[in-house]
Design a protein around this ligand. Structure first.
Ligand SMILES: [Zn+2]
Length: 122
């Protein structure tokens, strides 16, 4: 693991190195604080250093302080986190071709792709 904290520019992360425990203590304090205010049965609170580390190892981030950028992450977990691929929804046109949703054209013989537009319109 390589626990990093977010820098105040919001896009860069720095290794916590020998201060890792201090930041983890901060994260535990934030969790304890959240437990007092958030009364949701869905929310699980982390109560030990091991739980904090497990949570970060899953690729998620955790608050360790009040600043908006006060977040921790595990750089090793972040590395192999799959990039969110934006799945493009496709629509089947009446010409028989699939096009990205929202780009189907309407012709006099129904919906079609740009390539079939001339053939499909009289
Ligand atoms: Zn077509």
């Amino acid at each position: 693991m390589n626990i990093q904290r977010k820098l105040s520019n919001g896009t860069m992360w720095a290794d916590t190195k020998e201060f890792t425990d201090k930041y983890i203590d901060g994260a535990l304090a934030k969790e304890a604080e959240a437990k007092l205010f958030i009364r949701s049965p869905k929310r699980e609170f982390l109560v030990s250093k091991a739980e904090i580390l497990d949570y970060l190892a899953s690729g998620k981030t955790l608050k360790y302080g009040d600043d908006w950028y006060a977040e921790l992450r595990d750089a090793d977990a972040a590395k192999w986190q799959p990039k969110l691929r934006t799945a493009q929804a496709m629509t089947r046109c009446e010409c028989g071709h699939d096009v990205p949703a929202g780009t189907a054209m309407s012709s006099s013989r129904g919906t079609c792709c740009p390539g079939c537009y001339d053939r499909m319109s009289d």
